[in-house]
Ligand binder design. Structure first.
Ligand code: NOJ
Length: 612
C-alpha cells in the first residue's frame, strides 16, 4: 500500500489507538437485524468521486473540466450514482492539483466558469444527482491573497491568519539545517514536526523573519483556526456554495485543523520519510479535541440549510470506536459520513495475517463489516475502497498470480461488499470499469510533487489519476488533445466504458446491476443485516433482512481461488427456510442455487440470492 495512506492512518488517529473494540452485544446485533425505514438520501447514497482533471476534457486542452462532467451525466445516471464528490475545482496554482486553493469562491479557468458550475449543478439535479464539493480547510495555497498578505509583514490585516513562529535559538549559530538569521540571532524551527509530504513542517519567510507551519507541501500553509476571523472566512465560503445549491462537502484532511499550542516536540516514529527527514508521529498536530468543537459549529451552519445537506470527512482511523467519535453525539452532531477506510485501506495493524492471500482476507472483511454495521449503531457507515490518493483497489486486492478474469471477479467481490451492505458507498471514477493503476516508471514523467521529491521510494499518486477510459479511440475518448495531462492507461483498448457497456458480463454491468438492485429492491435499500457462518475462513456471508412480506437476500462471497461449499443457517436471522432463488451471480453455475444450506461457490465468485 502507498506510504501516504499508511502515514495518514497513523497520523490521523494516534490519540485513539488506546481504545479497544468491544464485541457487539446481543442488543446491538438484534438492532442491526431490524430493517429501517429512513429515506434520508445520504443514508443510501452512492457517491462517485470525480477528479476533474481526469474525467472528461470538453475543450481539447488535455485537462478534464466541468463541462466534460456535464456531458457525462447520462452515463452517471445510468450507472445509478446519487451524488458526485467533486475534487477541488477552485482557482489554484495546482501544486497539489487543486488541494492548494487560492480563491474559495470561484472556479479555476482551466475547469470552466462559475456559470459552468451552476449549469453542472442544475443538470445534475435533473439527473437526480447531487454535487458534494471538496472543502480544503486546513490550508490554503501560498498564492492565496490571505497568505501573501500574511507573509508580507507581522502587522498586516492577515498577520495572524496562519501559524507563525519565531523559532528557537540555534546553538550552532547557523550551521544546523533550516537555520535562519532572525531579529534576535540564528534560529531553527521550534520543534521536530514533520510534513506529511516530506521534510520539516516549518518554512522560513524572510519578510517576517519567522517560520510558518505547513502540514502538507510548503505551498500549502496551515490556517490558524485559533483566530475566529479564519473560521468566519471559511464558513462564508461554505455558505457561498450552499447558497448555490451544493448538497454538502467532503472535508479534506479535517483532523489536522488545529495544532497543540505548546509547540512541544512530537515523538519520532523512528523512520525517515522518502526525502530522508525524521518522521514525527503527528500526535500534537492531528485529531485534537478542538477539531470536534469546530465540526459541531460547522455542522450547525450546514444543517441550517434545507434539503438534508451533509458533511463527509476524510478520516483514517485505527478502529471503529475511533471512527464513531467523528459522528459526534445526538445533541452535538459532527459529520454525517466520516469515511470508513478500515475495510478498504487498513489491513495493517489489525492482527490478521494471511500470507497466501494478503489482501482479500475473509476475516478482515468480516471484522470490519461487522463493526461498521453493528457497532456504529444508528450511524451510517460510508465504506470506501478507492480514492485519488491510493493505488486502485484493483491492485490492492489482487496479486500478480491471478489471471485477468480472476482479478475482475475479485473486483466484483469488492463491488458486492460496497453495494450490498447497509452502508452508504463511495466509489472512485474508473473503478466501475476496472481501471488499473499506471504508476510512472521514470522520474521525469511524474507530476505529483511527492513523487518527484520522493523518487524512487515514493512515486506519487499519478498512477491512480490517469484519464477516464471512455472508449478505444484516441486518448480513450477522454480528450482530443494527444498531450493529455497524464498519459492514458495502456489497457484502454479493452478496459473502457463503450466496450463494457456492450458486454453483458462486464464489470461495468455488474456494478450497474448491483447499484440498481440496491436502489430498487426494498430489502437491499432498507433491510437489516445479520452476519452468517462467522467461522468460515474462505467465504463471507450475510443476509439482509426484509420488511414484513418482503424477501430477505443472502450475499455470499468466495474470497479464495478454490471452490468452496457453503452451509448457511438462516435461523440466526429468524428465517426458517433455506430455499432461495438467485438474484445475481457471476458464474453460470450459480443460477441454479436453490438452497443455501448446501451450495458451492466457484473460485472468487459472488452470489446474491433471494430467500423464498
Ligand atoms: C488529502 C487529499 O485527499 C490529498 O490529495 C491532498 O494532497 C491532501 N489532503 C492535502 O490537501
Amino acid at each position: 500500500m502507498r506510504k501516504l495512506t499508511l502515514a495518514l492512518i497513523v497520523l490521523l488517529t494516534l490519540p485513539a489507538l488506546a481504545q479497544q473494540q468491544a464485541t457487539p452485544t446481543p442488543a446491538q446485533v438484534a438492532a442491526a437485524a431490524q430493517p429501517s425505514n429512513d429515506a434520508t438520501w445520504w443514508k443510501h447514497a452512492v457517491v462517485y468521486e470525480i477528479y476533474p482533471r481526469s474525467f472528461k476534457d470538453s475543450n481539447g486542452d488535455g485537462v478534464g473540466d466541468l463541462n466534460g462532467i456535464t456531458e457525462k451525466l447520462d452515463y452517471l445516471q445510468n450507472l445509478g450514482i446519487t451524488a458526485i464528490w467533486l475534487a477541488p475545482m477552485y482557482p489554484s496554482p495546482q501544486v497539489d492539483f487543486g488541494y492548494d486553493i487560492s480563491n474559495y469562491e470561484a472556479v479555476d479557468p482551466q475547469y470552466g466558469t462559475l456559470a459552468d458550475f451552476d449549469r453542472l449543478l442544475h443538470e445534475a439535479e435533473k439527473h437526480h444527482i447531487r454535487i458534494i464539493l471538496d472543502m480544503v480547510m486546513n490550508h490554503t495555497s501560498d498564492k492565496h491573497p490571505w497568505f501573501e498578505d500574511s507573509a508580507s509583514s507581522r502587522t498586516n490585516p492577515h498577520a495572524d491568519w496562519y501559524v507563525w513562529n519565531d523559532g528557537k535559538p540555534d546553538p550552532t549559530n547557523g550551521k544546523a539545517p533550516n537555520s535562519h538569521k532572525g531579529p534576535n540571532g540564528w534560529v531553527v524551527p521550534p520543534n521536530d514536526w514533520s510534513s506529511l509530504f516530506q521534510g520539516s513542517a516549518w518554512e522560513w519567510v524572510e519578510a517576517r523573519q519567522q517560520f510558518y507551519y505547513h502540514f502538507f507541501y510548503k505551498q500549502q500553509p496551515d490556517l490558524n483556526y485559533r483566530n475566529p476571523a479564519v473560521e468566519k472566512a471559511m464558513f462564508d465560503a461554505v455558505k457561498f456554495w450552499l447558497d448555490r445549491g451544493v448538497a454538502g462537502f467532503r472535508l479534506d484532511a479535517i483532523t489536522t485543523l488545529y495544532e497543540d499550542p505548546s509547540n512541544r516536540d512530537e515523538p519520532l516514529t523512528g523512520k525517515l520519510d522518502a526525502s530522508g527527514f525524521p518522521e514525527s508521529n503527528h500526535t500534537l498536530t492531528s485529531g485534537l479535541p478542538d477539531v470536534h468543537d469546530f465540526l459541531q459549529r460547522l455542522h450547525r451552519v450546514v444543517a441550517s440549510y434545507p434539503g438534508q445537506r451533509m458533511l463527509i470527512g476524510e478520516i483514517y482511523t485505527p478502529n471503529t470506536a475511533a471512527l464513531r467519535s467523528w459522528y459526534g453525539i445526538a445533541e452535538k452532531p459532527e459529520l454525517e459520513l466520516p469515511m470508513d477506510t478500515l475495510l478498504g485501506f487498513h489491513k495493517e495493524g489489525n492482527g490478521i495475517t494471511d500470507a497466501a492471500d494478503p489482501s482479500l482476507n475473509t476475516a478482515h472483511f468480516r471484522k470490519y463489516i461487522t463493526e461498521a454495521e453493528i457497532e456504529l449503531g444508528d450511524h451510517t457507515p460510508l465504506i470506501v475502497f478507492d480514492n485519488h490518493d491510493n493505488v486502485r483497489s484493483w491492485e490492492r486486492f489482487t496479486t500478480t498470480g491471478e489471471s485477468y478474469d480472476e482479478k475482475a471477479k475479485i473486483a466484483r467481490i469488492i463491488a458486492s461488499v460496497l453495494y450490498t451492505t447497509r452502508a452508504s458507498s463511495l466509489t472512485y471514477y474508473g473503478g466501475e470499469i476496472g481501471m488499473t493503476t499506471h504508476t510512472p516508471t521514470r522520474r521525469e514523467d511524474v507530476r505529483d510533487p511527492i513523487g518527484i521529491t520522493g523518487w524512487p521510494k515514493e512515486k506519487g499518486r499519478d498512477g491512480e489519476r490517469t484519464p477516464m477510459q471512455w472508449n478505444d479511440g484516441p486518448q480513450a475518448g477522454f480528450s482530443t488533445d494527444p498531450q493529455t495531462w497524464l498519459p492514458v492507461g495502456d489497457d484502454y483498448k479493452t478496459v473502457n466504458v463503450a466496450a463494457e457497456q456492450a458486454d453483458g458480463s462486464s464489470l461495468l454491468r455488474w456494478n450497474q446491476t448491483l447499484i440498481a438492485i440496491r436502489a430498487k429492491n426494498p430489502t437491499m435499500h432498507d433491510g437489516g443485516i445479520v452476519m452468517l457462518d462467522n467461522e468460515n475462513p474462505a467465504v463471507l456471508s450475510y443476509v439482509r433482512t426484509a420488511m414484513s412480506g418482503g424477501h430477505a437476500i443472502v450475499v455470499s462471497l468466495n474470497m479464495t481461488s478454490k471452490p468452496q461449499t457453503v452451509h448457511l443457517d438462516l435461523t440466526l436471522a429468524g428465517i426458517k427456510t433455506t430455499r432461495v432463488k438467485t438474484l445475481l451471480g457471476d458464474d453460470a453455475s450459480l443460477n441454479s442455487v436453490s438452497d443455501v444450506s448446501n451450495f458451492t461457490l466457484p473460485p472468487f465468485t459472488s452470489l446474491l440470492a433471494e430467500v423464498q
